[in-house]
Design a binder for this molecule. Sequence first.
Ligand code: NAP
Length: 254
Amino acid sequence: MYNIDLSGQVALITGSSRGIGAAIAKQLAAAGASVGINYRSNADAADRVIDQIRAAGGEALRVPGDVSDENAAEAVVKTTADRLGRLDILVNNAGITRDRLLMRMNAADWDEVLTVNLRGTFLPTRFAIPLMVRQRYGRVVNVSSVVGLSGNPGQANYAASKAGQIGLAKAIAREVASRNVTVNAVAPGFIEVDDGGGMTGELNEEQRSQVLSRVPAGRFGSAEDVATAVLYLVSPAASYITGQTITIDGGMTA
Ligand code: NAP
């Protein structure tokens, strides 16, 4: 039996004020990591996550900032490392959608999604990797999507950004593997988050049952289903897994 123990480690989870990011932050904190809680605008939501982590005996720090902005991304990474003492784990989770069929998609829809989802993955990684290489240890996980593997109508911008996160992980994995730094991706399917938001919150009843008919497991995934996979990938136990994508979709793309 292998227990995942992250005590003494520091993790930064982007977009962790709610949804999947909040679940990842809570699981990493429960395993002993000190966690940086990042978000762009909703400070109250971030404070609720921090209160929950502290109430459970964990350590959490509020590190607001738009991760697609170069100066902000650098400040988020630096503040986390300075205030919590080091940086071992980066989870690139912040993401948005602006869904439209291609023929109605304009350049602003494209730019916004690619900027937050892909540039917002590149920048924190760019600032975190040198710290990890220097300490000869690190774990990076990009929260991608099954849509990045299979595509989805109405999501050309989102699918491209999510496929991009996978290519980015593979390239960087090859650059830093010899320094004991791993870079992987997870590709969640349809995940239901507690606050009713996230990407499944927008589905009506008919769409929900249509989606469920495509999921062999017969249920939506939970944010915890994703967090558990991330917890494994960021653990010392996963040291020989890099450049990979774990799909968490109840068998939908099997
Ligand atoms: P969510 O509930 O909408 O939460 C998004 C989080 O990202 C919030 O904390 C938000 O903070 C933050 N954020 C957005 N833009 C940001 C920026 N520029 N800089 C910093 N933080 C930013 O999303 P979710 O459903 O949990 O999804 C999380 C990730 O999982 C996304 O990458 C998504 O693509 C992926 N995913 C989700 C599903 C699903 O079914 N839910 C499926 C597959 C993949 P503010 O509120 O303060 O802006």
